[in-house]
Every structure is written in C-alpha cells, then in structure tokens.
Design a protein around this ligand. Structure first.
Ligand SMILES: [Zn+2]
Length: 231
C-alpha cells in the first residue's frame, strides 16, 4: 500500500472541489441582481421627474384656461353694453391688459416646461430601453449559468462515482488520515515531489525524506506539512 492511492483520490477530490467552487460562484452570480436593481432605480427616478414636469404642465394649462375665461368674461362685460361708465370701462381694459400679460408669462413658462418634458421623456425612454437591454442580457446570462451548473452537476456525478471506486482502493488507515487532514486544510494535503521539490510549497525536500517517502511510511513535508508523494 502506498501514498499513490491517496494521491489519486486527492486528484479526484480536487476536481470535485473545483466543480463545487464554480457552482458556488455561479450561484452567487445568479443571486446578484444588482445591475437590474440599479437600472430599475434609474428608470423610477427618471419617471418621477417626468411625472413632476407633467404635473407642472397640467397646472400651467389650468392656469391658462382660467385666464382665458377671465379675459373672455371681462371682454363680454366690456362690449356687452351693460357697462357704460368710462371709468369702469377703462379699469376693465387695464385689468384685461394685466390678464393678457399674465397669459404671456404663462405661455412662456409653458414652452419651457414642454421643452423640459420632451427632454425628460427622452431620458425616461432611454432608461426604459436600458433596463430592457439589461434584463435581456441578464436572461441570456442566467440561461448560460444554469446550463453550466447542469454540466458541472453531470461532471460531479461521474467524479463522485470515480471517487467511490478510488476510495475503495485506499488503505483504511491512510484514508482516515487523508480525510482528517482534508478537514483541516483546503486544497491539496498530499504533495508530489518533483526534482527534489515539494510541489505544494516549491521548497526543497531533503534526500532522506524523499527516500523514506518512497517506502510505505507517511512522510510529511517539513515546510508545508503536506504528505509527500514520490513517484
Ligand atoms: Zn511542502
């Protein structure tokens, strides 16, 4: 019985870890809807600004209607023949002049607000389009993420079957040691020795340890503590 079996088992476990890590990463991406939330918030803000401007426009329309009514009424009175006092007529004329002046001011405001409404309508449409684009891109991403998860789960099924077969090859003492080491540290717990170096920490392994590791002894790297595997 040698360290080779636990090394082989570890290679499978590392692939399982990698697949699980990728699934976790994709799950986070699936849960992260920030881009859409931001685009929705931007659209809501633009829509609100548009609503405010539309309300202003409506208010100006009403003011203008009222002024027109007042002007019409005054003119009717002036030219209706009922008012004959020249003093009263001149006061009404003056009043009409003031109303016409107010009307001009409101019409100027109206033009400015309508221009703002146009601009704001465009900004709102842009925000709406941007949200749609982002939702569509997100839909494509989500499909790709789900496909990848499916693929990884299929790979995991195979890897887990391989693992079970491989674990059956490993001596129970070595298996228990390996499992307990894996619980304590992430990644590799068995490290291959290549050209006198521990591949786990890239440090030199004393020749004495290399030759001991060739046997059945469990030898640990004096630098990183991983089990040394010599081919
Ligand atoms: Zn090492």
């Amino acid at each position: 019985m040698s360290i080779r079996e636990i090394f082989e088992l570890q290679q499978i476990d590392l692939l399982i870890d990698k697949a699980n890590a990728e699934i976790k990463q994709i799950d986070q991406k699936l849960a992260d809807n920030a881009v859409i939330s931001v685009a929705k918030a931007v659209l809501a803000k633009q829509q609100k600004a548009l609503d405010v401007l539309n309300a202003q426009r409506k208010d100006l329309d009403l003011q203008l209607d009222n002024l027109n009514k007042k002007i019409d009424e005054t003119k009717k009175q002036m030219y209706g023949g009922k008012v004959t006092s020249s003093k009263e007529l001149s006061s009404m004329e003056k009043n009409t002049g003031l109303l016409e002046e107010q009307k001009k001011q409101i019409e100027t405001q109206q033009l400015a607000v309508m221009e703002q409404v146009d601009k704001q309508q465009k900004a709102t449409n842009d925000a709406s389009q941007s949200l749609q684009d982002k939702e569509s891109a997100r839909g494509t991403d989500v499909t790709a993420y789900k496909d990848r998860i499916q693929q990884l789960n299929d790979e995991l099924k195979v890897l887990k079957a391989d693992r079970q077969a491989e674990a059956g090859e490993v001596d129970t003492t070595h298996l228990a040691l390996y499992e307990s080491l894996r619980k304590r540290r992430a990644g590799a717990v068995v490290s291959k020795v290549e050209r006198g170096l521990c591949t786990g920490c890239r440090l030199n392994v004393p020749a004495r340890d290399v030759s001991r590791a060739r046997g059945t002894d469990v030898v640990y790297c004096s630098s990183c503590g991983r089990i040394l595997f010599v081919t």
